[in-house]
Design a protein around this ligand. Structure first.
Ligand SMILES: O=P(O)(O)OC[C@H]1O[C@H](O[C@H]2O[C@H](CO)[C@@H](O)[C@H](O)[C@H]2O)[C@H](O)[C@@H](O)[C@@H]1O
Ligand SMILES: O=c1ccn([C@@H]2O[C@H](COP(=O)(O)OP(=O)(O)O)[C@@H](O)[C@H]2O)c(=O)[nH]1
Length: 473
């Protein structure tokens, strides 16, 4: 068995002595420690203005994993990351054609960085290594690596949605992008809906077809295509949450609630997350059901994200103004309806905050999966669990059928669902929570990693033999 080589734009900082943070990082690091591996990607740093392009990645060893990190020039970062990845692919793949900006300059930067990454990575690859590329920033990597003569197994996992063809074909280079996907041996999506959109695209564009369950021929290559819903490290997150009540910040939060019910939202500041619509629904709820005034608080944790992209800066202002206006209109001397926190909270603290909250509000307009939804479920007290409110447009809604499923575009409907969640009796909360917990325990992040890698190394039964998961009506 060869090594595992993971390639992703963002690589968790390999600081000596600190474990990698986040479910994805933990699981992939676990796989690499088992097998020996390289984690290749952007260092998170930019090169000084006149510095030449790097000839070698910086190699850092930590905890049995070799990190291979590449600094990017400011221009490459603007064109490849802020430009084509986050102003074109991100909005388009989240069904937001109105927010896209396509430029040939940014597209050029996207291919330039993929070429650079492939050139720096190829010499590090051994013949029996399995290579697993992650996310929309790096779709052309397989084609670039194959052009340098590599014959290895190559897998790709898309963490964000794959939209229907009428949306994808807005992208002027959609044909090249899908040709790039066909250079992999396995292409993984988050949900059956994404797989279906891919199938419709290749059929309509006349570039391929599904030949059997989980197997496609695209541009003449036979590839595996299936959904592999990403999970979290469920058991350890649940254990952390059970102990997190001792954490000083969680204690302070509980004391400050003075018996009020907590409603929690945790999202990067991103227009895909539906934060403004959520605040509007909360305001409608407070207006419609006055009995809840002064008896509940919405804690919205929203770290800033992608500040170089203009749409994100605009959204930062919009959400801050909205939260301020709702507080101004509804607050009392001893009660603030919304606590809006614009910084990153550590996951151990978050675990305790989720457990304190009677309702978890996860209402994206579109989301690949949404790990916060799974973390909220994992963190609940099994004797007295809270209620997850989940947008039907989050990938997680295909699995978490015990949630109160909402449509974030329906502000009144979401407000009504919030009232129902806060009033839900214990037996219904228990019944809903148990179904969801069983699911995320069985399909945790280790299941995700193993099922993808088994498909990549052709060790699995036919992908189609896997039990089907619930599909949102
Ligand atoms: O790296 P950034 O630009 O700061 O953005 C953070 C990450 O956001 C996206 O996450 C996605 O992956 C999650 C795990 O599979 C999934 O639950 C979520 O729905 C997705 O939005 C992005 O895809 C990552 O590449 C970014 O690193
Ligand atoms: O202040 C914060 C906010 C978020 N997160 C973590 O960031 C991840 C967000 O993943 P998700 O899939 O929900 O959305 P993404 O941001 O990847 O689109 C989750 O593990 C959260 O626990 C965190 O550690 N601290």
């Amino acid at each position: 068995m060869g090594r595992l080589v993971v390639v992703s734009n963002r690589v968790p900082a390999p600081k000596p002595g600190t474990p990698p943070a986040g479910g994805l990082a933990v699981a992939l690091a676990g796989a690499m420690q088992e097998r020996g591996g390289i984690w290749f990607g952007w260092s998170g740093r930019t090169l000084p203005p006149s510095a030449p392009e790097p000839e070698e990645p910086e190699m850092v060893e930590n905890g049995g994993v070799t990190y291979a990190l590449v600094d990017l020039s400011e221009r490459d970062l603007q064109d490849y990351y802020a430009g084509f990845s986050n102003r074109m692919l991100w909005p388009l793949l989240h069904y937001r054609m109105d927010l896209t900006e396509f430029t040939r300059v940014a597209l050029g930067g996207y291919y330039r960085v993929n070429k650079l990454f492939a050139r720096l990575l190829a010499p590090k690859i051994e013949p029996d290594d399995a290579i697993w590329v992650h996310d929309y920033h790096l779709i052309p990597m397989a084609a670039e690596l194959r052009a340098s003569g590599l014959k290895n197994r190559l897998g790709f996992f898309l963490h964000i949605p794959f939209p229907p063809p009428d949306i994808l074909t807005v992208l002027p280079n959609h044909a090249d992008l899908v040709r790039g996907l066909a250079a992999y041996d396995v292409v993984g999506f988050q949900t059956p809906n994404d797989v279906e959109n891919f199938e419709t695209y290749v059929r309509r564009e006349g570039v391929g077809r599904r030949v059997s369950a989980g197997r496609f021929v695209v541009h003449g290559r036979s590839i595996r295509v299936a959904d592999f819903p990403v999970g979290i490290e469920t058991k350890s997150f649940a254990a952390t949450a059970a102990l997190a009540g001792r954490h000083p910040l969680v204690k302070r939060m509980r004391e400050s609630m003075v018996g009020r019910e907590l409603i929690i939202g945790v999202d990067r500041l991103d227009y895909s997350k539906g934060i403004a619509e959520r605040i509007q629904a909360y305001e409608t709820f407070l207006t419609l059901d006055e009995s809840w005034r002064g008896r509940c608080t919405l804690l919205q944790v929203t770290p800033k994200s992608r500040g170089d992209v203009p749409e994100y800066a605009a959204m930062e202002r919009e959400v801050a103004e909205l939260a301020g206006r709702v507080n101004g209109a509804h607050a009392d001397l001893d009660w603030t309806p919304i606590r809006y926190v614009n910084r990153t909270i550590g996951r151990n603290t978050l675990a305790g905050l989720y457990r304190l909250a009677r309702v978890g509000l996860v209402t994206p307009l579109r989301d690949g999966m949404n790990l916060v939804a799974k973390e909220y479920v994992a963190a609940q007290d099994p004797e007295d669990p809270g209620v997850l409110m989940l947008s039907r447009f989050a990938g997680a809604a295909h699995e978490l059928d015990g949630a109160l499923i909402t449509n974030p575009y329906d502000v009144d409907g979401t407000a009504g669902a919030l009232a129902r969640a806060l009033d839900m009796p214990l037996d219904e909360r228990l019944d809903r929570w148990k179904r969801m917990y069983q699911r995320i325990e069985a399909r945790d992040v280790n299941w995700w990693r193993k099922s993808f890698l088994d498909a990549l190394e052709e060790k699995d039964a036919a992908v189609a033999d896997r039990p089907q998961i619930a599909v949102v009506r």
